[in-house]
Ligand binder design. Structure first.
Ligand SMILES: O=c1ccn([C@H]2C[C@H](O)[C@@H](COP(=O)(O)O)O2)c(=O)[nH]1
Length: 162
Protein backbone atom coordinates (compact mmCIF):
# COMPACT_ATOMS: atom_id res chain seq x y z
CA UNK A 1 0.00 0.00 0.00
CA UNK A 2 1.32 3.43 -0.90
CA UNK A 3 0.79 5.11 2.47
CA UNK A 4 2.44 8.37 1.40
CA UNK A 5 -0.09 8.74 -1.43
CA UNK A 6 -2.99 7.88 0.89
CA UNK A 7 -1.89 10.42 3.53
CA UNK A 8 -1.65 13.08 0.80
CA UNK A 9 -5.11 12.28 -0.52
CA UNK A 10 -6.53 12.34 3.01
CA UNK A 11 -4.85 15.66 3.74
CA UNK A 12 -6.41 17.21 0.62
CA UNK A 13 -9.85 15.89 1.59
CA UNK A 14 -9.57 16.98 5.24
CA UNK A 15 -8.37 20.47 4.24
CA UNK A 16 -11.32 20.83 1.90
CA UNK A 17 -13.80 19.65 4.56
CA UNK A 18 -12.33 21.96 7.23
CA UNK A 19 -12.34 24.94 4.87
CA UNK A 20 -15.87 24.25 3.69
CA UNK A 21 -17.15 24.06 7.28
CA UNK A 22 -14.95 26.88 8.66
CA UNK A 23 -13.15 24.50 11.06
CA UNK A 24 -9.49 25.24 10.26
CA UNK A 25 -8.83 26.38 13.85
CA UNK A 26 -11.04 23.81 15.60
CA UNK A 27 -9.62 20.83 17.52
CA UNK A 28 -11.09 17.82 15.72
CA UNK A 29 -9.10 14.88 17.08
CA UNK A 30 -11.68 13.74 19.64
CA UNK A 31 -14.50 13.89 17.09
CA UNK A 32 -12.41 11.89 14.64
CA UNK A 33 -11.80 9.24 17.33
CA UNK A 34 -15.54 8.96 17.93
CA UNK A 35 -16.12 8.89 14.14
CA UNK A 36 -13.69 5.96 13.90
CA UNK A 37 -15.37 4.08 16.77
CA UNK A 38 -18.71 4.53 14.97
CA UNK A 39 -17.28 3.36 11.63
CA UNK A 40 -15.83 0.23 13.25
CA UNK A 41 -19.28 -0.49 14.72
CA UNK A 42 -20.93 0.00 11.32
CA UNK A 43 -18.37 -2.34 9.78
CA UNK A 44 -18.94 -5.00 12.45
CA UNK A 45 -22.69 -4.71 11.86
CA UNK A 46 -22.27 -5.32 8.12
CA UNK A 47 -20.15 -8.44 8.75
CA UNK A 48 -22.66 -9.65 11.39
CA UNK A 49 -19.73 -11.69 12.77
CA UNK A 50 -20.91 -11.33 16.40
CA UNK A 51 -24.66 -11.89 15.80
CA UNK A 52 -24.86 -15.44 17.15
CA UNK A 53 -28.63 -14.94 17.55
CA UNK A 54 -29.27 -14.34 13.85
CA UNK A 55 -29.26 -16.47 10.71
CA UNK A 56 -29.00 -13.53 8.30
CA UNK A 57 -25.99 -13.43 5.97
CA UNK A 58 -23.30 -10.74 6.02
CA UNK A 59 -23.52 -7.86 3.55
CA UNK A 60 -21.82 -8.24 0.15
CA UNK A 61 -18.03 -7.94 0.14
CA UNK A 62 -18.22 -4.60 -1.73
CA UNK A 63 -20.40 -3.09 1.03
CA UNK A 64 -18.06 -4.39 3.74
CA UNK A 65 -15.03 -3.04 1.85
CA UNK A 66 -16.61 0.41 1.55
CA UNK A 67 -17.31 0.47 5.29
CA UNK A 68 -13.76 -0.72 5.94
CA UNK A 69 -12.20 2.12 3.97
CA UNK A 70 -14.32 4.69 5.84
CA UNK A 71 -12.25 3.60 8.83
CA UNK A 72 -9.04 3.96 6.81
CA UNK A 73 -10.06 7.58 6.12
CA UNK A 74 -10.39 8.40 9.81
CA UNK A 75 -7.19 6.53 10.74
CA UNK A 76 -5.21 8.49 8.12
CA UNK A 77 -6.89 11.67 9.33
CA UNK A 78 -5.87 10.91 12.93
CA UNK A 79 -2.30 10.37 11.75
CA UNK A 80 -2.33 13.80 10.14
CA UNK A 81 -3.70 15.29 13.40
CA UNK A 82 -0.68 13.96 15.35
CA UNK A 83 1.86 14.71 12.62
CA UNK A 84 2.40 11.21 11.16
CA UNK A 85 2.19 11.48 7.40
CA UNK A 86 4.99 9.34 6.10
CA UNK A 87 7.37 6.50 6.87
CA UNK A 88 4.52 4.15 7.74
CA UNK A 89 5.31 0.55 6.86
CA UNK A 90 3.83 -2.61 8.32
CA UNK A 91 4.95 -6.19 8.38
CA UNK A 92 1.70 -8.12 8.71
CA UNK A 93 1.74 -11.77 9.66
CA UNK A 94 -1.76 -13.27 9.48
CA UNK A 95 -2.97 -14.56 12.83
CA UNK A 96 -5.57 -17.03 14.02
CA UNK A 97 -7.84 -14.57 15.82
CA UNK A 98 -11.55 -14.75 15.04
CA UNK A 99 -13.14 -11.80 13.27
CA UNK A 100 -14.85 -10.84 16.52
CA UNK A 101 -11.50 -10.88 18.36
CA UNK A 102 -10.05 -8.63 15.64
CA UNK A 103 -12.81 -6.08 16.17
CA UNK A 104 -12.35 -6.09 19.93
CA UNK A 105 -8.59 -5.59 19.49
CA UNK A 106 -9.20 -2.61 17.17
CA UNK A 107 -11.44 -1.02 19.83
CA UNK A 108 -8.72 -1.61 22.44
CA UNK A 109 -6.12 0.08 20.24
CA UNK A 110 -8.41 3.05 19.61
CA UNK A 111 -8.91 3.45 23.38
CA UNK A 112 -5.15 3.27 24.03
CA UNK A 113 -4.46 5.84 21.33
CA UNK A 114 -7.18 8.10 22.70
CA UNK A 115 -5.48 8.12 26.09
CA UNK A 116 -1.87 8.58 24.97
CA UNK A 117 -2.25 10.26 21.56
CA UNK A 118 1.24 8.90 20.93
CA UNK A 119 2.75 7.95 17.59
CA UNK A 120 3.55 4.45 18.91
CA UNK A 121 -0.08 3.78 19.86
CA UNK A 122 -1.24 5.32 16.58
CA UNK A 123 0.93 2.88 14.61
CA UNK A 124 -0.36 -0.04 16.70
CA UNK A 125 -3.91 1.02 15.92
CA UNK A 126 -3.19 1.32 12.20
CA UNK A 127 -1.50 -2.09 12.20
CA UNK A 128 -4.42 -3.71 14.03
CA UNK A 129 -6.89 -2.21 11.57
CA UNK A 130 -4.85 -3.58 8.63
CA UNK A 131 -4.87 -7.03 10.30
CA UNK A 132 -8.67 -6.71 10.51
CA UNK A 133 -8.72 -5.95 6.77
CA UNK A 134 -6.66 -9.05 6.13
CA UNK A 135 -9.00 -11.14 8.32
CA UNK A 136 -11.91 -9.79 6.26
CA UNK A 137 -10.18 -11.18 3.16
CA UNK A 138 -9.14 -7.90 1.52
CA UNK A 139 -5.79 -7.54 -0.22
CA UNK A 140 -3.74 -4.33 0.19
CA UNK A 141 -4.42 -3.56 -3.51
CA UNK A 142 -8.20 -3.90 -3.03
CA UNK A 143 -8.08 -1.69 0.05
CA UNK A 144 -6.06 1.01 -1.70
CA UNK A 145 -8.35 1.00 -4.76
CA UNK A 146 -11.48 1.17 -2.58
CA UNK A 147 -9.95 4.01 -0.55
CA UNK A 148 -9.22 6.02 -3.71
CA UNK A 149 -12.80 5.47 -4.92
CA UNK A 150 -14.39 6.49 -1.60
CA UNK A 151 -12.07 9.50 -1.28
CA UNK A 152 -13.46 10.74 -4.60
CA UNK A 153 -17.04 10.17 -3.36
CA UNK A 154 -16.21 12.21 -0.25
CA UNK A 155 -14.86 15.08 -2.41
CA UNK A 156 -18.05 15.00 -4.50
CA UNK A 157 -20.22 15.03 -1.38
CA UNK A 158 -18.48 18.21 -0.20
CA UNK A 159 -19.07 19.81 -3.61
CA UNK A 160 -22.74 18.93 -3.33
CA UNK A 161 -23.04 20.43 0.17
CA UNK A 162 -23.18 17.15 2.15
O1 LIG B 1 -12.59 15.04 8.33
C1 LIG B 1 -13.14 14.12 7.71
C2 LIG B 1 -14.50 13.82 7.86
C3 LIG B 1 -15.06 12.77 7.14
N1 LIG B 1 -14.29 12.04 6.30
C4 LIG B 1 -14.83 10.91 5.52
C5 LIG B 1 -14.47 9.55 6.07
C6 LIG B 1 -15.61 8.64 5.63
O2 LIG B 1 -15.28 8.05 4.35
C7 LIG B 1 -16.78 9.58 5.47
C8 LIG B 1 -17.79 9.36 6.59
O3 LIG B 1 -18.95 10.00 6.30
P1 LIG B 1 -20.41 9.48 6.73
O4 LIG B 1 -20.89 8.64 5.57
O5 LIG B 1 -20.21 8.64 7.99
O6 LIG B 1 -21.19 10.72 6.96
O7 LIG B 1 -16.26 10.92 5.52
C9 LIG B 1 -12.93 12.33 6.16
O8 LIG B 1 -12.24 11.65 5.39
N2 LIG B 1 -12.40 13.36 6.86
Amino acid sequence: MNFLKLFEMQNDLDSKIEKQHGLEEEPLLEKKILALLVEVGELANETRCFKFWSLKHPAEASVILEEYVDGIHFILSLGIEIGVTDGVEFDLAADENSLTAHFVLVYEKIAQFEKSRSEAHYLELFRQYLLLGEALGFSPEEIEAAYVKKNEVNHDRQKQGY
